[in-house]
Design a protein around this ligand. Structure first.
Ligand code: PMP
Length: 287
């Protein structure tokens, strides 16, 4: 039984309990992070903790811990885990309080950390790509906050599941925003197109890694609004996230993307991403 952290205690997952009056349960009033861990080394931990801080500020919730306290708690969960590679999930809610929309006077944040095994996407999916569907992005206007209130994302992602696909690619007012649980890149004529960070998408940690790798490899990048028509006419589409790394989307709404196979720019990016991860695993770089 994996060890989890809850409000100051380390205990088996089965024994962790929160109040039914927790505002996370009642209102979805909280934020979260998912941090990939390779060989028991958290990947881009500082960046995840910085995004957590931004999310907390976005919902006007005080950060219950210093950076060092977060690191200590996360590393203890990582050390206790039975896997070498894992995803660390953490969430902070506005805590238990009598049900009332307005913030409680007495604030006791609920802090929860757990780990679950992380396996890189299977080779077949990397080599063949995955399918995606498109949908109108009907979420709120603060998609930059990593809120635990994920109902719109859940409903949107289910559209992909219903179609036997991996992801739903979201379009708002004629432009690409992101995936239901990932960031999306397009490639046209060898140029990587990425929507600019804004309130309409989550600033992905993997998104940043992919742009850094592209620039390091001399792959041309344009960070600018990407029109729906460009998504549909792309030579390649990629999705990125901490748990899926970078994957090629080879069918969109039932039609092939480009030639319907992972393209050359994807293959270069995927290979470079693996090298990047391994550099971290060898501990040669605090990547
Ligand atoms: N957008 C959304 C809506 C997500 O849920 C996620 C990952 N959970 C991402 C983008 C990718 O973010 P990251 O690379 O930090 O995992």
């Amino acid at each position: 039984m994996p060890l989890v952290y809850l409000n100051g205690d380390y205990l088996p997952l089965e024994e962790a309990r929160v109040s039914v009056l927790d505002r996370g349960f009642v209102f979805g009033d909280g934020v979260y992070e998912v941090i990939p861990v390779y060989d028991r080394r958290p990947f881009r931990l500082a960046e995840h903790l910085a995004r957590l801080q931004a999310s907390l500020e976005g919902i006007r919730l005080a950060n219950p811990h210093t950076r060092a306290e977060w690191e200590g708690r996360i590393l203890r969960i990582v050390e206790a885990a039975e896997w070498e590679d894992m995803g660390v999930y953490l969430q902070v809610t506005r805590g238990p309080a009598p049900r009332d929309h307005a913030f409680p006077k007495q604030l006791r944040q609920t802090v929860f950390i757990m780990a679950s095994p992380l396996t890189a996407p299977p080779r077949a999916l990397v080599e063949e790509g995955v399918c995606a569907v498109t949908a109108a992005d009907n979420r709120w206007l603060r998609c930059d906050i990593k809120a635990i209130a994920l109902l719109p994302n859940v409903l949107l992602r289910q559209l992909a599941a219903d179609a036997g696909c991996a992801e739903t690619i979201l379009i708002r007012d004629g432009y690409l925003t992101e995936g239901a649980a990932s960031n999306i890149f397009a490639v046209k004529d060898g140029v990587v197109l990425a929507p600019p960070k804004s309130n309409l998408m989550l600033p992905g940690i993997t998104y940043d890694v992919v742009l850094e790798i592209a620039r390091g490899q001399g792959i041309p990048v344009e960070v600018r609004p990407v029109a729906e028509a460009e998504v549909r006419a792309a030579d390649e589409l990629w999705l990125t996230s901490s748990t899926k790394e970078v994957m090629a989307v080879t069918r969109l709404d039932g039609r092939p993307v480009g030639e319907g196979r992972p393209g050359p720019v994807f293959r270069a990016m995927h290979a470079a991403y693996q090298v990047f991860k391994h550099t971290v695993m060898r501990g040669k770089a605090q990547a």
